[in-house]
Design a protein around this ligand. Structure first.
Ligand code: GDP
Length: 313
């Protein structure tokens, strides 16, 4: 991912003169090239605008530096602005001061939430935490089983509704009129947290249901779960391959569940990826983690500075 964006930006910088001061027209041309490269990579327009404006202002005002030639200065500015739109500094889970840290996962179906639940649990376990997974995606009968498989792989217990509840009936209450569901996800989430407290797990990861497109009922359900369990973190998982729809989806989830952080999944794919990179810039929420494959270890903390360097490499 990002190879074409990376190549385009590198080519742009190659054209820059290395001696003397950059003229206004040099800067304008460079900024235009950067703008095209970002747009072609699917970076959202408001982010592109803010980005190119900042680069232009800074490049025109750049001091003559002894250490860097003009081209290097522009690369430095672009690098710093990329780090800024990617969220600035690295941020991961903020743990609760007392009691279990509750992490809720939200996102569209197929985004990679359940897979991420296992990866996150394993990552936490490797750091000495004692996570438990809670199966609150009761929309698809398979989701509970899938989470159990994921939990087994990660060596982490899974709290799921009693067999008797997983029978498939029309849900009452929070899941909304007529929504086919397998039990009440709000009750399961609450019970899961109680279980975590009783068994002294220090982190609870609640997997919630997604739909193929943003759906009012599902969003309400996610909002209800959020309100019932007051999670310390709400992670919005987004498939980096979804392209232009990323920003709109992120905005809908920001409104629906007010997520505290973003997880970019499927960063191992070969899509253009720029839309996913815009999510932090558009929502003001940090990208915390990246998922880079189907395996439980294909997971990393997202470092804006390293990602920027990778793009500008
Ligand atoms: P959910 O519906 O949001 O819970 O999504 P899943 O966790 O079930 O993931 C949907 C599909 O994407 C599954 O086939 C996963 O194996 C796959 N998947 C999840 N994360 C990644 C990733 O980072 N890279 C790749 N290549 N596939 C992934």
């Amino acid at each position: 991912m990002f190879t074409s964006l990376s190549d385009r930006l590198t080519a742009t910088f190659k054209n820059l003169r290395t001696k003397g001061r950059l003229s206004e027209s040099d800067v304008n041309k460079t900024v235009r090239d950067i703008r095209m490269a970002l747009l072609d990579a699917d970076v959202a327009l408001p982010v592109v605008k803010e980005f190119t404006h900042a680069v232009r202002e800074r490049a025109l005002g750049a001091e003559v530096s002894q250490a860097l030639n003009p081209a290097q200065q522009v690369v430095k500015i672009v690098n710093e602005e990329l780090v800024a739109i990617l969220g600035g500094s690295t941020r991961t889970i903020r743990f609760a001061k007392s009691g279990p840290t509750v992490i809720m996962l939200a996102g569209l179906q197929g985004a990679g939430k359940t897979t991420l639940a296992g990866k996150l649990a394993k990552w936490l376990k490797d750091q000495g935490h004692t996570p438990i997974l809670v199966a609150a995606d009761l929309q698809r009968p398979n989701a509970v089983t899938q989470l159990q498989v994921v939990g087994e792989r990660a060596g982490v217990p899974v709290f799921a509704p009693e067999q008797g509840n997983v029978g498939g009936h029309d849900a009452v209450g929070p899941t909304g009129e007529g929504t086919k569901s397998f039990g009440d996800p709000v009750a399961v989430s609450r019970d899961g947290i109680r279980e975590a407290v009783n068994r002294q797990h220090d982190v609870v990861i609640v997997d919630t249901a997604g739909r193929l497109a943003v759906d009012e009922n599902l969003m309400k359900q996610a909002g209800d779960i959020r309100a019932a369990i007051s999670p310390h973190e709400v992670l919005f998982v987004i498939d980096a391959m979804i392209g232009q729809a990323a920003v709109e989806t992120a905005e809908a989830f920001l409104e629906g569940v007010d997520f505290t952080g973003v997880v970019l999944s499927k960063l191992d794919g070969d899509a253009r990826g720029g839309a996913a990179l815009s999510v932090a810039g558009v929502t003001g929420r940090p990208i915390m983690f990246a998922s880079t494959g189907e395996g439980v270890k294909d997971f990393e903390v997202f470092h804006p500075d390293r990602m920027a360097s990778r793009i500008l490499d």
